[in-house]
Write a protein that binds this ligand. Structure first.
Ligand SMILES: [Zn+2]
Ligand SMILES: [Zn+2]
Length: 147
């Protein structure tokens, strides 16, 4: 705890019913708002805000249910959600082993993380909003490998 190299703030989050709670002890590797069709379906909104973390830095309490599917990228994606209230919480991709994306909106303080980029903006819906100050990619960013 007193390790001075441990400067990353700790973040906490939970699903709507709070049966699943989590803590993160790391700074995000990458953050971005995604306008893809899958994020739209999963969030019930025009886009989803994700933050990528080392999976080992995320401690989960409570049981999640997983749903797997093949993403446009050709990678197998796993979404973890609360089996009681259905809130989407985490995502994993076979293209980025050892990492986990967190739904920023599930944090207790979602304003603690700022988006760095917007992806799949080709799919932006007429009634949704895109922050013009963000680096925008029509689909996935060309460099898909962070870290
Ligand atoms: Zn829940
Ligand atoms: Zn997406």
């Amino acid at each position: 705890m007193d390790d001075p190299t441990q400067t990353a703030p700790s973040l906490a989050g939970a699903c709507l019913c709070r049966a699943v709670r989590y803590e993160v002890h790391a700074s995000p590797v990458m953050t971005g708002i995604c306008y893809c069709t899958s994020c739209r379906k999963l969030s019930g909104a025009g886009h989803a805000f994700h933050a990528l973390f080392p999976a080992a830095a995320v401690k989960v309490e409570g049981d999640v249910r997983d749903y797997r599917w093949m993403a446009d990228s050709g990678h197998q994606v796993t979404t973890s959600f609360c089996p009681i209230c259905g809130s989407p919480l985490f995502g994993r991709s076979s293209g980025m082993p050892g990492t986990l994306t967190l739904r920023v909106a599930s944090l207790e303080d979602p304003s603690a993380i700022q988006p760095q980029m917007a992806i799949y903006v080709d799919r932006l819906l007429p009634w949704d909003h895109l922050d013009p100050s963000l680096t925008a990619f029509p689909a996935m960013p060309p460099m898909e490998k962070p870290a």
